[in-house]
Design a protein around this ligand. Sequence first.
Ligand SMILES: *Cc1c(COP(=O)(O)O)cnc(C)c1O
Length: 589
Amino acid sequence: MVGYKGKRVNTLRLWTAAALDPIRLDRFNAGDHVGALVEEARADALVRVLYPADSTAAGQELRLRQEFFFTSASIQDIVRRHAQYNGDVRTLPDKAAIQLNDTHPAVAVAEIMRLLLDEHGLEFNEAWDVTKRTVGYTNHTLLPEALESWPLPLFERLLPRHMQIVYAINSRVLREARKAGLDDGAISAISLIDEGGERRVRMANLAFSGAHSVNGVAALHTELMKSTVFSDLHKLYPDRINNKTNGVTPRRWLQQCNPGLVSVLKDAIGDGFLDDAEKLVELNALADDKLLGERIAEVKRSNKVALAAHIKAITGVRLDPDALFDVHIKRIHEYKRQLLNLIETVALYDEIRSHPERDWVPRVKIFGGKAASSYHNAKLIIKLANDIARRVNSDPAVGGLLKVVFVPNYNVTLAERLIPAADLSEQISTAGMEASGTGNMKFALNGALTIGTLDGANIEIKDRVGDDNIVIFGLTAEEVLAKRAQGYNPREVIEGSRELQQAVSAIATGVFSPDDPNRYAGLMGGIYDSDWFMVAADFDSYAAAQRAVDRRWEDPAGWRAAAIRNIANVGWFSSDRTIAEYAREIWGV
Ligand SMILES: *Cc1c(COP(=O)(O)O)cnc(C)c1O
């Protein structure tokens, strides 16, 4: 891979699987023409789909096989090359750094140990020291359902030698925990084996124990790692957890996706920001420059015209480029709260119909995102977005004031069209649940204002752009935890908010799904009965924040100055800064 301006070349190694014997001629000649190819088909299945759905036993086994296959291939390659060129595997940490991107490659810890013990003849203590000094682990989520663990019988059947090594590592770690005086509760939380119910191998605990560095991806996330999921491991290894706030590449998320903006910025501050995104701070001096504000607004408008043409072509919906483009694009997940936005959209629709005489700000609500194949509620949320869009867009009573679009097949290419055309960036996850977010950074870099919760990197974006240039609402992470502990009653909250109550009951009773009136009864029932994601708790605060956005939009000069302050102050969220921190503080290069 040739780097920026051709100054560096790095190797990206990709693997594929093939059968040892791609066609079994004996079977073929015996008339079994399909059976002759079955080994090749099996090899292909291993690498065809990344992260196969693990909702079935067969999917689960395929996923573990795939994780081991890719991980083992890379680890064998790294260790073999090191031994070949350096002679001694004990110097591996001086020459190699292996960063585990989430727990998917966590079996690497056991695989490195296997090679050092079985192929290179190291003693356990020495192998463990070499492994730990080589490996770092990045955690990307605190959601317990996303922390991988494998049923012990499956792990043992597929990887019997690794199972022995995991047991040996576990006895060492638990010995250290007892020596440190930790209690039984802490010891069972630290164990690499989950003994509650069906025994499982905990990959996050394996990654944590086998790494010299364990990092979170935003300041809040890193603090929550210490106080929640990894609190006991953190007590045992207090120097291991550190923070590396995520970043995005300005080559793709500014230079490639928004050439019009780049050209205006070059005229304003020169081209130093192309090599060093933090130089965008020079724009702060020009935040109130009327001409610059107008030129940036012209670029934004032409990006919106281009997006409107694209959306017309793919969905048939016609958008007014002078309306406020409000964009909510990311994987569909209940914690990312597309439902909060959809319910507020319905409430806004009701209010416009009831009070058409008010001076509403024309809005376009754009949604996009994919659902995991086995995530039922996420798919229902996509259906709801489409159902709301159909009804709202065909209602002459709201006319040009509100349009709703769900763009299909959200991916990076589509994001590169949507983000430069956004006025408002929706970053409204339940506080404490979004590890960092990176969409938030891309939007701010392209001059959108954020409406968001105090979650993930939103907090650090707010610290940099300033409280006046971002719209914050809702419960804090601490308040969410306290509310859950106290026993939160969403029904009471819904019944106390007229707008919320009307919107939820309209959706629940089939106003948007006359073809299947009960389609959303269960989804809305979930909010009434438990509302784990605090949609009801945050609704009034979110709706008020949206009306505050409307008032800001009515002051174009103020909006433009805030957009400039966003662009100026988010250069720090460049992946160049993030990677430099990993290099210096974790990899020692
Ligand atoms: C940046 C990006 C994401 C991550 O978005 P979040 O809002 O941080 O969840 C997901 N998908 C695509 C295509 C992206 O470009």
